[in-house]
Design a protein around this ligand. Structure first.
Ligand SMILES: [Zn+2]
Ligand SMILES: [Zn+2]
Length: 148
């Protein structure tokens, strides 16, 4: 009978060990996954010299490699500044992800799905591009432009 109890005790100890190993393994895996998805996020140098994530100007979601904004650039291509419209990133266009909100960085209003942001794209030397958001269809629409 004593042998049986020793066996049960050993067995449960082994089970506990396996469970603990699995627990730490899973926890580690989760950490690695998070670090991996974070390392895939695009980064840019800010004007103050720091490193920041590249975020969607519309919904502020950090963008990963391969996630590009849906935008249109208008011709001519060789001028120093071009008109550009930004429809959104994969998180907010063509459908809005849960938790994401399409807001205009200029007027802070919600931009509808058929609306877009209007920006000026400056082609700088060394192929560097600089984008300045001038507004959205609500605050910088065609009506306002005609008035100017
Ligand atoms: Zn977005
Ligand atoms: Zn706006």
């Amino acid at each position: 009978m004593e042998d049986f109890f020793t066996y049960v005790a050993l067995f449960s100890a082994a089970l506990l060990l396996i469970w603990l190993l699995l627990y730490f393994y899973k926890r580690n895996l989760k950490k690695e996954k998070k670090a991996y998805s974070e390392s895939r996020l695009k980064k840019q140098r800010t004007e103050s010299g720091g490193i920041d994530f590249v975020r969607c100007p519309m919904c502020n979601t950090p963008l990963a490699q391969g996630e590009d904004m849906t935008s249109r650039v208008f011709r001519p291509m060789n001028t120093p500044d071009q008109r550009m419209t930004i429809l959104g990133c994969p998180h907010c266009y063509p459908s809005v992800e849960r938790g994401a909100r399409r807001t205009c960085p200029v007027c802070r209003k919600d931009v509808p799905l058929d609306g877009y942001l209007i920006a000026r794209l400056f082609n700088k030397e060394h192929n560097k591009k600089h984008v300045i958001i001038t507004g959205c269809t609500l605050c910088y629409g065609p009506q306002k432009k005609q008035r100017e």
